[in-house]
Design a protein around this ligand. Structure first.
Ligand code: ATP
Ligand code: MG
Length: 177
């Protein structure tokens, strides 16, 4: 891994495909023998297909759900829970990033957690600066902040042209979960 240039990659924007593109990268990396860790900062409601896929892929493709569900209201006690969960997720991310055990780490929905003020952006910037050179670090979620975009090597903005929800089509297995 010595000659590998680990990239900082951001998938952002309002269109669908940020998390799934990151998982696709993870699968590509895993196929090349890199160990891949996905840390989910915001837990969704569903049993996601990728969790079941990762179980079958084994110890070199791990997905860990860290956060609480999406922030739906701003009740102070609920917000405190979210902040605590995000803080613990960031601490876990720090340990895993510095452990040297992984070739790619995906911090899923971290932009969302930052956007909601659940995490201090400075700490995430410090983490990006301190990561091992070879490690590919992927950050997903809407509304990536400028400071993170400035530090990234690859930034993709998913733009919505159509989304089935807008036509009243319900979430489909294998597409949304
Ligand atoms: P995916 O996990 O499918 O790659 P994503 O990571 O880009 O999606 P998130 O911002 O994490 O999307 O949002 C999660 C949920 O919101 C998904 O179920 C997704 O389909 C839905 N969603 C994403 N973009 C839109 C949109 N433009 N309109 C309506 N719903 C959307
Ligand atoms: Mg997502």
């Amino acid at each position: 891994m010595a000659d590998t240039k680990g990239l900082v990659i951001v998938n952002t924007g309002n269109g669908k495909g940020k998390t799934t593109a990151a998982l696709g990268l993870g699968m590509r990396a895993w196929g090349q023998g890199l160990r891949v860790l996905v840390l989910q900062f915001i837990k969704g409601n569903w049993t996601y297909g990728e969790l079941q896929a990762a179980e079958r892929m084994g110890a070199d493709f791990v997905i860990r759900q860290m956060g609480e569900g999406f922030v739906r209201n701003s009740a102070d006690d609920e917000r405190a829970d979210h902040m605590q969960a995000s803080k613990e997720a960031l601490e876990d991310a720090r340990q895993e990033i510095m452990s040297g055990a992984w070739g790619m780490i995906i911090l899923d929905e971290i932009n969302y957690a930052l956007g909601y003020g659940l995490l201090p952006v400075d700490e995430v910037l410090e983490l990006i600066a301190a990561k091992p050179d070879y490690l590919h670090l992927v950050l997903t979620g809407r509304s990536a902040c400028k400071e993170i975009i400035d530090k990234a090597d690859l930034v993709t903005e998913m733009g919505e042209i159509k989304h089935p929800y807008k036509q009243g089509i319900r979430a489909q297995k294998g597409i949304e979960f």
